[in-house]
Design a protein around this ligand. Sequence first.
Ligand SMILES: *Cc1c(COP(=O)(O)O)cnc(C)c1O
Length: 347
Amino acid sequence: MMKTFVRETILNLKGYETKNTPYVYKLDANEGKTLFFSDQATSEREDFNRYPDNEATVLCEVMGKFLGVPTENIVAGNGSSEMIELIMKTFIDTGDGVLSFTPSFSMYEVFTNIYSGRFFSVPSRRDFSLDVDALIAKANEIKPKVILLCNPNNPTGAFLTEAEIKKVIEETNAIIVVDEAYIEFSDGSFVNQVNQYENVIVLRTVSKAFGLASIRLGFMVANKEVINIIKKVKPPYNLNSLSQKYGIEALQKTEKMSRYVLEIKQEREKLYQEMKKLNIEVYPSQANFLFFKSTLVDLAERLQEKGILIRQFSGDLAWYYRVTIGEKEENSAFLNGVKEMVSHASS
Ligand SMILES: *Cc1c(COP(=O)(O)O)cnc(C)c1O
């Protein structure tokens, strides 16, 4: 059934295969000699003249342990961004529908357009909570091939419960992608359910909670059949050896991440309460940011004058903003900047 969503050209594709044959003289891949950084390699695999492990095996094993999911259910790549693109490459032919909520992660629409798909979206409720019944109704009308659920949702912080995600899966007929870029800051992941379904893909990243945006590392978690098709589509050696190495190290020290997440959640709650006190329309968030509305004139520009950057929206979302929860000092600087503007506006 899942295969009916896969583009025909992909179904007949043979992926790039690599072997790990033991050797004395490795003369099969046209690799050069190590001229640079030779002192930094800690194993032959990491030697700079060698291609990296095509399947990032050790990294996927470590990620599998962290998630409680078998290695065979995981593909690693250059951020969840590469994973979103791989999904489009695999399933979206010209004119195929892709459905999501709005507002949500802007790249869903961009990648859909790059692959000549048709992007549809269902608006959030007035309080920016997500209406799965409206999404299901839209899906049954337009029959998308792919439905993207950003959970928690960027930029609003809204959260879908496990029951709501299951409802979408059961009452639609599409590949369901759950983008869990911010899941560590929330109440629960869907990742352990991937083997329950043939059409569900969960995306994870180390860019947010793990604080490793620079190494561009993300993961796709899905049942084996989906994973095997994705592996045919992904470019050979897509993930460089340094990202594999740093990823393995970080994913073996997840207590560090957990402690940080706890701090951010506390800071999020504090900032939320403080903003409420200022009568700012701020929305509950399960991520490392707060989404809010403010009618203070030129809010973002005036914060920027103090060196404080926040995300500003336009169009339907004029007067809405998203602020990342940072270090205590950063959050205070933001809050003080806003307080100053509030007092000016009311005097
Ligand atoms: C940040 C973000 C990503 C991108 O993550 P990378 O792993 O850095 O590519 C994907 N989805 C959402 C919703 C994000 O906010």
